[in-house]
Design a protein around this ligand. Structure first.
Ligand SMILES: [Zn+2]
Length: 465
């Protein structure tokens, strides 16, 4: 294969995959759960529902673990679990950062949540963890306590480290589908950050817990927590024209494919001689269609190439006396072609086939465009296709602010006729500045205790306040 063919083939497949990518991308864009989509109305309804439920639920007496109040800096082992012998609750708050009333409300909310959906949530408020990274600390604590049921991994740890002004949401595998990194981050930003900044730690945790509860208690979410397959059908379907692309595009491919094959068939069937057939078919190959429709054009190009070869080499007969002709060997063409024609062949701008009858009574010259046919033009002086660019001289270089100029020199390789053209160079475009986003999560695994023995999925997010 010639290099230009290879390049064309590469370009074709490249364009095809770009188009394919655009098609699939536009389809695959389904919006993530959005906190803003929760309306005031649904929020009020939920509060009313909770009020109604509260009357039916019998709450246990929540009893906090005993704390070692001398500790200022906590390691994972130091943090007392809110679950165990004679202890019942969801909050571990050794320094009483959350006031008693708020802690009771949080315990109630999380008790309701666990009763209803089996999801286990632990809230931990620590004055300091020293130089530890809160995210790593949260992962380790999650593993140690085994928050969440072991079979569904439906645990959540909300860890706040006071001196680092940081709150981490550590999410178990089973909840990652609902409490995505984005959801956790938004809950942190919307509920935790503004209240914590005002010193309302109980209020911040309470409204974050409410939000989490709201997310987990909508029926679809509960199905997901329990591992049933969920269909999110409530999202309103927004129609975009480009959804049709994956449908239209193959259709266009088929139409163009048919059209080209029809043309090729028409040429094959016509009464033209092989030379005319060759040029009619050769013209079809050009144009941008091969980039827009690489797949059908790939098949077509193969077929066309075979046929072109056939047309070029098919047996020919003298138009003068009907005698069969034979193609003159490339090296013997020197006897028949003019010097300028041999130069054209050497430059590969034009290729000649010389056909001759056995008795040399008729001779025929057939002209084909060579692989460099587009690099050369017909010379204005000698009319051979030997006129091409020889040099390009930049007079003024282009900058980001101004365009430049260069002088292209064209010369005929045959008669040395020369032309110079002044070409404007477009202004350079500045590279666009790129920005980077923030990151959330890493990874972890499991162990067991008086929580259900769930393991962290490594998902979740942290917010600094
Ligand atoms: Zn010339």
């Amino acid at each position: 294969m010639q290099p230009t063919m290879k390049q064309a083939l590469f370009l074709k497949s490249y364009f095809f995959f770009v188009l394919l990518w655009i098609c699939t991308f536009s389809i695959a864009q389904t919006p993530a759960p959005d906190l803003d989509s929760i309306t005031e109305d649904s929020y009020r309804r939920m509060l009313e529902r909770q009020e109604a439920e509260k009357n039916e639920i019998v709450y246990p007496i929540f009893k906090a673990p005993s704390y070692n109040s001398t500790l200022e800096t906590y390691s994972v082992a130091d943090v007392p679990s809110p679950r165990g012998e004679g202890i019942m609750g969801y909050v571990s708050d050794p320094k009483d950062i959350i006031d008693f009333a708020a802690e009771q409300r949080i315990n109630k909310l999380l008790y309701e949540l666990e009763k209803k959906s089996s999801v286990e949530v632990a809230v931990v408020m620590l004055p300091s963890i020293g130089q530890e990274v809160p995210k790593n600390f949260a992962v380790a604590l999650f593993e140690k306590w085994g928050i969440g049921k072991a079979d569904t991994d439906n645990g959540l740890l909300i860890l706040t480290v006071m001196d680092q002004r940081r709150t981490e949401f550590e999410v178990g595998y089973g909840l990652e589908g609902i409490l995505t990194d984005v959801v956790c981050y938004r809950i942190g930003v919307n509920e935790i950050v503004p209240r914590f900044k005002e010193g309302d730690f109980g209020g911040g945790i309470e409204s974050a817990v409410l939000r989490v509860k709201e997310f987990l208690e909508n029926p679809e979410a509960i199905d997901e927590v329990y591992g049933y397959s969920v269909v999110h059908e409530e999202q309103e379907f927004e129609w975009h024209w480009y959804y049709l692309l994956p449908l239209i595009y193959p259709l266009l491919c088929i139409i163009f494919g048919f059209w080209y094959y029809g043309q090729a068939f028409d040429i094959q069937r016509s009464k033209d001689d092989y030379y005319d057939k060759y040029h009619r078919l050769d013209k079809l190959k050009f144009g941008c269609t091969q980039y827009l429709f690489p797949l059908p054009m790939l098949f077509f190009a193969r077929m066309a190439k075979r046929r072109l070869e056939h047309y070029r080499n098919a047996p020919r007969f003298s138009k003068r006396n009907g005698k069969p002709m034979k193609l003159v060997n490339h090296y013997d063409e020197i006897d028949y072609l003019a010097e300028a024609q041999l130069l054209e062949e050497e430059l590969k701008s034009v290729l000649y086939d010389v056909w001759i009858t056995e008795d040399a009574s008729d001779i025929m010259f057939l002209e084909y465009e060579g692989p460099n046919g587009r690099k050369y033009a017909d010379c204005k002086e000698c009319s051979y296709k030997t006129f091409g660019k020889t040099s390009s001289l930049v007079l003024v270089a282009a900058t980001y602010d101004n365009g430049g100029t260069r002088i292209d020199t064209y010369e005929c390789r045959n008669c040395n006729y020369k032309e110079e053209k002044e070409i404007a160079i477009p202004q350079k475009s500045r590279p666009s500045e790129s920005s980077s986003g923030s990151s959330f999560s890493s990874s972890s695994s499991s162990s067991s205790s008086s929580f259900g023995g769930g393991s962290s999925g490594g998902g979740g997010a942290g917010v600094s306040w």
